[in-house]
Ligand binder design. Sequence first.
Ligand SMILES: [Zn+2]
Length: 139
Amino acid sequence: MKLEDYSLVHTSVWGQLYRGIKCNICGTEALNTEMNERSVFAYNIIIKCTSCNNLLNEIYSNLRINTDESNRPPFDVNRRMVGAFLSLGKGNSAIEQFYMTMVIEGSSTTTYNSHLLKLHEESNHFKQRILDEARIAVR
Ligand SMILES: [Zn+2]
């Protein structure tokens, strides 16, 4: 597994990552993981000391799509999930079923449609580029 790969990690194992690590303020090992701002497969991970409330670290679990269209672009993993189900010929109801099975809070239909529209635009852009390259090659 490469570091740029995706994986499904059960959140109950996170605490084992910092077992034995002490809070840099109060010195206890009372560290706890919190998940905030969840967006399906992406969320903000916070490691806090439950004794003194010190925030030890905070990261997002996934990368956002690199775009100039938004200050808060969607997460890459969520778009990939929509694309993966589309490639299987499945739509939003199949994704929702997957989320329920994995006990993951799903996204809204509006978010799904936004990912669907962007994937459609990317597909059209890709098709046009291939056609342009083919035209040049035939000449
Ligand atoms: Zn502390």
